[in-house]
Design a protein around this ligand. Structure first.
Ligand code: PMP
Ligand code: GLN
Length: 409
């Protein structure tokens, strides 16, 4: 049977008319490819990372009220003042950061835009950017599109510790930037204070900037807490810290993100933003401003709910004989398939798992530039309890040798 997932994520654009070579070759994002396949087959989608039924009603009501009242026209290019103020206040409340909302906060259309703005606004041709692998898929392509050169530094399972020597060795006179995703997709690693202090030392010593993708800042479990690199005084002026309402409020389709940092560092990022999107829908900005001011109870409940969902999926899979890695944060579990996949091909494995069990997962090799780390798959647990129970039952039946699921048609 044709491996549809591989065919879709590997598809090179062959348009004879005009195409940028980087986008020609980068394929379709695995998240889109897997979600489309899951929908076509009517499967449970634990592939692409989006939550089910977790959005706070207060946020939705605030968006409705803002849509009714307006305004409906272009807000200020940096973002509506209420949201920029709320972003600065939130960073002070949770991470003890002191930000000037007028000069140090920019609202973007999702964290994805903020990431692209940082690369486009700051990099020049040939600049090297260190990217920890596994890496979220947009980093490498967007760094290259901005003229930069991604330099991978690999973290190893199951501990995912920072390889300090390798990191130090990867720095050359052309290095300008380090991309740091903590808490980290897909492995759930939370960089600890010692690791962050080591990175901060390198930033200082080599005059580097850090792009800190912290979209999972609130999704940490078992009493563990996130710590922004920017909170280390030595790194304050060298970090651009990115957040996403999509993750913090379980509304990934809203695409409201924010980036904060030293005004001189942020100014060129805002220049990229002004010519990419210029702005983000004002009603959603107004609602997110209210969301960021929700009491601690909201954030505690979100963590507790996700931790319970993580346990449901992890325990269910372990009982069924799957080798589940530790998951201290995010909403993703990684499963080691080495014992289940003699072919050593996580993409073909996910394709077959989808058809045979009716559950979609993401092959983790897509988080590596060389696609050479082929023994992990990722499952999203930010779903309704019933969804996860059905997924566990199907995967358990599949593990027993049955198909676990037949397409109803
Ligand atoms: N960074 C990471 C690590 C992610 O997992 C995601 C996916 N949600 C994003 C950025 C993009 O966030 P947004 O949907 O706000 O663009
Ligand atoms: N961040 C999401 C994930 O890791 C996907 C976002 C997207 O599809 N662009 O699954």
């Amino acid at each position: 049977m044709e491996n549809l997932l591989d065919a879709r994520i590997g598809r090179v654009i062959t348009s004879p008319i005009m195409v940028n070579t980087i986008f020609r070759d980068c394929g379709t994002s695995v998240f889109e490819a897997m979600s489309r396949l899951a929908a076509e087959l009517g499967a449970i989608n634990l592939g692409q990372g989006f939550p089910e039924a977790l959005e706070p009603p207060e946020l939705v009501e605030a968006a409705i009220a803002a849509l009714r009242s307006g305004p409906h026209q272009y807000p200020p290019m940096l973002g509506v003042p209420a949201l920029r103020q709320a972003v600065a206040e939130h960073a002070g409340r949770f991470w003890d950061l002191d930000l000037d909302w007028e000069r140090e906060v920019l609202v973007t259309s999702g964290a994805t835009e903020a990431i692209g703005d940082c690369f486009l606004g700051l990099l020049n041709p040939g600049d090297e950017v260190i990217v920890f692998q596994p890496a979220y898929d947009c980093y490498g392509t967007m760094i290259r599109r901005a003229g930069g050169v991604p330099v991978p530094v690999r973290l190893q399972p199951p501990g995912w510790d920072l390889p300090r020597q390798e990191l130090a060795d990867a720095i050359t006179p052309r290095t300008r930037m380090i991309v740091l995703n903590t808490p980290m997709n897909p492995c759930g690693k939370i960089f600890d204070r010692d690791e962050l202090a080591f990175i901060a030392g390198l930033l200082d010593r080599h005059d580097l900037v850090a792009i800190c993708d912290e979209v999972y800042e609130h999704l940490t479990f078992d009493g563990r807490r996130h710590l922004p690199l920017m909170a280390l005084p030595q790194a304050r002026g060298r970090c651009l810290r990115i957040g996403s309402a999509g993750k913090t409020f379980s509304v990934t389709g809203w695409k409201v993100g924010y980036v904060m940092g030293d005004a001189d560092l942020l100014a060129p990022v805002a220049r990229a933003h002004q010519f990419l999107t210029f702005t983000t829908p004002p009603a959603l900005q107004a609602a997110v401003a209210e969301g960021l001011r929700l009491g601690d109870g909201y954030y505690d409940r979100l963590r507790a709910t996700l931790q319970q969902r993580r346990d449901l999926l992890a325990d269910g899979l372990r009982d069924a004989g799957f080798d589940v890695l530790d998951c201290p944060s995010t909403y993703f579990l990684c499963v080691d398939i080495a014992g289940l996949d003699p072919a050593g091909d996580d993409i073909a494995f996910c394709d077959a798992l989808l058809r045979q069990s009716g559950v979609a997962a993401v092959p983790v090799s897509t988080f590596y530039a060389g696609r050479d780390m082929r023994r992990l798959i990722r499952l999203c647990f930010a779903k309704r309890q019933e969804t996860l129970e059905t997924a566990v039952a199907r995967l358990g039946a599949w593990r027993e040798g049955g198909e676990g699921w037949r397409r109803a048609s």
